[in-house]
Design a protein around this ligand. Structure first.
Ligand code: MG
Length: 390
């Protein structure tokens, strides 16, 4: 029996993970849910905590924790904040930590889990994007850190049984997001609602906007760089509107190994939880007959933010942390209808030019750069769009 702690249990990945765990009952592979953490969704978290009889929960702050105490049986331990996340990540009764926290706070939890020797199923992008060097330093065994993201899960599977010297290039695919068919001139006038309707994937709001700008794909290139120890020149991105091929490993002899499935996050989530075994499907099986698979280059003029993010990855150090923090602020301002969609890429380019780079930043330096970038990009938004903007 694998004992799991889920961080970000009420988000998109967290709720789908709980669904996967429910479906795995009776499959011969069972997961025992020991601990759950969430932010503000107290009632939902408590409902799941009772259903899975967990021993420990953690919430955003003291107020949410107090509410949870009223809703839960008295033997359930209730924690909160960063300390609560880290307590779950290090908990002696947890073997596997699913880190599905959204945002930079997820990095500390990943570091805590890895240093306590836990296996980590990683859905928190920021861990590798902003702290890749810190995370990889703690990975003792290559199977200790399993990617949940569909593209990296695909590469992970395709790399099984292939040695590093046989790999020429890694390819990840991009659906192109909500505006892939819109002429670039139209991008200045799109609404948050339009940005939030993703053509193929069901995900949280920030990542859906990040898919429309391709910022998310840039982050995924950085993640692949750290996860597979691959130089940036050997990681490619292909536009693939059907989102059926998630990743390809190009071998030195010209063969390509592709992982193809329904675009349903429950599939990579389940694989990360049942690794190294494949188990009965958590989602519809893919019927390939009659399907067309198309691939194209990424049109840089349509996705200016993509090049900025990849450039930040190549610069390394604290550059991705600055870009990630600025993106969070820009996406929030766009969703609140304070800035146009195209300002996201503009703001990121501004931050990439101005950020103070630190070659191998410590956790504290990463957090400082994060704070600097938020402040600076808000200043930029006020200067560019008016004082009441941010
Ligand atoms: Mg992805």
């Amino acid at each position: 029996m694998t004992r799991i702690g889920i961080l970000g249990a009420t988000g998109s990945i967290g709720t789908q993970a709980l669904e996967v765990i429910r479906r795995l009952r009776g499959s011969g592979f069972e997961l025992e849910v020991v601990a759950l953490a969430a932010g503000r969704r107290v009632v939902e978290l408590c409902r799941a905590a009772v259903e899975f009889s967990v021993a420990l929960v953690s919430l955003r702050g003291p107020e949410e924790a107090r509410k949870a105490k009223d809703l839960l049986p008295s033997h359930v331990e209730v924690l909160y904040g960063q300390e609560g996340l880290e307590a779950i990540a290090r908990h002696p009764e947890v073997d596997l930590v699913l880190n599905a926290v959204v945002g930079a706070t997820g990095l500390r939890a990943t570091l805590a889990a890895l240093s306590a020797g836990k296996r980590v199923a990683l859905a928190n992008k920021e861990s590798l994007v902003i702290g890749g060097h810190l995370v990889m330093e703690l990975v003792r065994d290559p199977d200790q850190l399993i990617p949940v993201d569909s593209e990296h899960s695909a590469l992970w599977q395709a790399m099984k049984g292939v040695s590093r010297e046989e790999v020429e290039k890694l390819w990840i695919t991009a659906s192109g997001g909500a505006f892939r068919d819109l002429p670039p001139e139209g991008l200045a006038h799109v609404t948050p609602q339009q940005a939030l309707s993703h053509p193929t994937w069901r995900m949280g709001p920030r990542i859906t906007v990040d898919s429309a700008t391709l910022v998310n794909k840039g982050f995924e290139v950085i993640e692949a760089h750290w996860l597979f120890g691959m130089p940036y020149e050997r990681i490619g991105v292909l536009l693939h509107p059907q989102s059926l091929v998630h990743g390809l490993v190009e071998l030195v002899d010209g063969n390509m190994l592709a992982v193809i499935s329904e675009p349903d996050m429950r599939i990579p989530i389940q694989y990360a939880l049942t690794y190294p075994r494949h188990r009965p499907p958590p989602a519809r099986r893919l019927e390939l007959g009659g399907k067309t698979l198309e691939f194209g280059e990424v049109p840089r003029d349509r996705y200016p933010a993509f090049s900025v993010v990849v450039q930040a990855g190549k610069e390394g150090g604290a550059a991705p942390a600055a870009i990630n923090a600025a993106d969070e602020e820009l996406v929030a301002a766009f969703l609140a209808e304070r800035i146009p969609f195209t300002a996201i890429a503009e703001g990121l380019a501004y931050i990439l030019e101005r950020h103070p780079n630190i070659p191998r930043p410590t956790l504290e330096e990463i957090e400082d750069v994060d704070g600097w970038a938020r402040e600076e990009v808000r200043r930029w938004m006020r200067a560019r769009f008016g004082p009441t903007i941010a």
